[in-house]
Design a protein around this ligand. Sequence first.
Ligand code: MF3
Ligand code: CO
Length: 254
Amino acid sequence: MGKAKTTEEIRRIAKAGQIVAACHREIERRLKPGTTTADIDRFVEGYIQQRQGRAAQKGYKGYPYATCACVNDVACHGFPDEKPLQAGDLVTIDLVVDYKGWLADSAWSYAVGKADPRGTYLLRTAKQALYHGIAAAKSGHTIGDIGHAMASFVQRSGCQIIPGFVGHGIGRALHEPPQVPPSGTAGTGAKLMEGMVLTIEPIVTLGKPEVWIAPDGWTVRTRDGMRTAQFEHTVAIGKEGARILTRLPKRAAR
Ligand code: MF3
Ligand code: CO
């Protein structure tokens, strides 16, 4: 059961969330053909440090980097590396900021240069899946409503959700209860309450949902080699729906 957070606690998570969102804004600018995911990882770690935060994935259960960097068929937990990205690659960067003891988590998928039509469709579908999940995340609804909204949408789109990788409560720790599965049955599971802070993070693929874990013990790849995309936000459940904590205000100073 996830506990509700106070307004003050949500304010603190939102501060971490603003650093996460600013990282993504900078990542988007930097991802070009020839960029490496190791470049991005070093940049993110430094950027978070400059803002008095800590890259909270580094060291988490032994994970060795600040970011997860997932290119094309890597579904999640990919290691940043020194291989130059190529035009048309799809890359997901997942990162968590700890700011003064409070955490926020967001993953975002990007096309390097211009994606081909299927890649563009995958990016659009995965992003819409997240927003369908967020729209279902209201007090009075249940955890199952979130998964149902996402999975039914993805199925209608002709893509597939990769099962087994769930969203989660977040706050003092990266993974708090409850789990937020990317699929589910409407009306089932824990009730959503005002003040709960959760991540919603469906992984969507153009192919089949089966995956394997590489010998490094982390990198998750699709069995069929088809590409994946993942969009994740940290949100706070409110009366009128969920508030996204890992998004910059529209008029943020550049
Ligand atoms: N940010 C990821 C999540 O959504 C965490 C990946 S596991 C880590 O839960 F070890 F890389 F941190
Ligand atoms: Co997460």
